[in-house]
Design a protein around this ligand. Structure first.
Ligand code: PRT
Ligand code: ZN
Length: 286
C-alpha cells in the first residue's frame, strides 16, 4: 500500500479556514468530518489530522504527523526540532511587548525590573536575554491583555494584529519581537516516498502563492508605443503582442507582480496604453 503524508492542521481557530482554502486551491478538499480528528483526502495521498495549533510542532517533531500548518510564533515558541519550510501568506501578526499607555518608554532598558505577563515565555525570555534586560516573566495562558489592568503585571507580551485589543485595554506596543505568519513545517526525517509527497504538495502551494502575488494584464496599445510599453512591463518573459482588428493597434498581454501594480498601470497609461484589463491568476507554474 502506498504511504500517505500526514498533515496536521488547526481544528478550529484563526488558521483553519485559510488552511482549508489553501489546500483546496491545491486540489485537496478538506472537510472536517463531524467530531472526527482525521480525514483521508480523495485527491492526494494525504491524511489530515485536525488538532489544536499548540500541539502541531510537537506532533511533527514526535513523528505523529509528517508535516503541519501553524503560526511561526508557535513553532518558535515550542522550539522543537522540525524543518520550517514555506511562509504561507496568511494569519499575519506580530508578537509584541506592550505597556500601559502612560508609561515612559525610551528604550528596551526601561523594561528592567518589570513583570511581564505572556503565553510566550520562551520567545520573550530569549529576546530579553539577547538585549541584556532583567525582567520577570509571568506565564498566563489566556486574556493576557487584561493583566496590567488588574495589577497582575506591569506589561504584556502577546500577539497583535490590528492593535485594537491593546488600545481597548489602555496599552501601547513598545517592542516587536517577531513578525509571524502561517508556515508549513515538516519532520526532519521522512521516508523517500513521504518526502516526494511533501515536495509535490509544496510545488502546488508555491503555484498558488505565486499566482496570488501576480496579475494578468491585457491592454490595447498603438503600434508606435509598443516598445515603450514593453520596457515598462516587469513581466516574466517578453509579453505577448497580437494585432487588433483596428489598423495600427495591438493587444499586449503580460503578467505583473501585484505590488508593482499601480505604478505600472500609471506608466502604461502615460505611454499610450488603453482599455486595460487586470485579472487574477489562479495558478502559476514557473
Ligand atoms: O484552539 P487553538 O489552540 O487551536 O487556537 P488558539 O486559540 O491558540 O489560536 P488562534 O486560533 O487564536 O490563533 C492561531 C494563530 O493565528 C496564532 O498562533 C497566530 O499565529 C495567528 N494570529 C493572527 C493571531 C492573531 N492574528 C490575533 N490577532 N492569534 C491571536 N490573535 C489574538 C491575540 O492573542 C490578541 O488577543 O487577537 C488579539 C489581538 O488582535 P488585534 O487585532 O486586536 O490586535
Ligand atoms: Zn492554541
Amino acid at each position: 500500500m502506498s504511504q500517505r503524508l500526514r498533515l496536521a492542521i488547526q481544528s478550529s481557530g484563526r488558521l483553519s479556514d485559510s488552511t482549508s482554502d489553501l489546500l483546496s486551491a491545491c486540489g485537496i478538499r478538506v472537510n472536517k468530518p463531524d467530531r472526527k480528528l482525521r480525514m483521508v483526502s480523495d485527491h492526494f495521498d494525504l491524511e489530515v489530522l485536525f488538532v489544536r495549533d499548540d500541539d502541531i510542532p510537537n506532533y511533527v517533531a514526535d513523528g505523529v504527523a509528517d508535516a503541519g500548518v501553524v503560526g511561526e510564533n508557535v513553532v518558535l515558541e515550542k522550539n522543537r526540532p522540525v524543518r520550517q519550510l514555506d511562509r504561507l501568506g496568511f494569519a499575519g501578526c506580530r508578537l509584541s511587548i506592550a505597556l500601559p499607555k502612560a508609561d515612559k518608554y525610551d528604550s528596551i532598558q526601561d523594561l528592567n525590573g518589570r513583570h511581564i505577563a505572556t503565553s510566550y515565555p520562551g520567545l520573550l525570555g530569549r529576546y530579553l536575554e539577547k538585549h541584556g534586560v532583567d525582567a520577570s516573566i509571568h506565564m498566563i495562558s489566556g486574556s493576557v491583555e487584561i493583566a496590567p489592568g488588574i495589577g497582575l503585571a506591569d506589561g504584556i507580551c502577546d500577539i497583535v494584529s490590528s492593535g485594537s485589543t491593546l488600545i481597548s485595554n489602555g496599552l501601547k506596543e513598545v517592542e516587536v519581537i517577531l513578525r509571524s505568519e502561517a508556515v508549513l513545517i515538516a519532520s526532519e526525517s521522512l521516508s523517500e516516498e513521504k518526502q516526494d509527497l511533501l515536495d509535490r504538495l509544496r510545488f502546488r502551494i508555491q503555484s498558488v502563492l505565486t499566482a496570488k502575488k501576480h496579475r494578468y494584464i491585457l491592454m490595447n496599445v498603438p503600434n508606435a508605443a509598443i516598445d515603450k510599453v514593453i520596457d515598462i512591463l516587469p513581466g516574466m518573459k517578453a509579453p505577448t503582442v497580437m494585432p487588433l482588428a483596428t489598423e495600427g493597434w495591438s493587444s499586449v498581454h503580460s503578467v505583473i507582480p501585484e505590488n508593482a501594480f499601480w505604478d505600472v498601470i500609471e506608466s502604461l497609461k502615460e505611454a499610450g496604453a488603453e482599455g486595460m484589463l487586470v485579472v487574477p491568476i489562479e495558478k502559476m507554474v514557473l
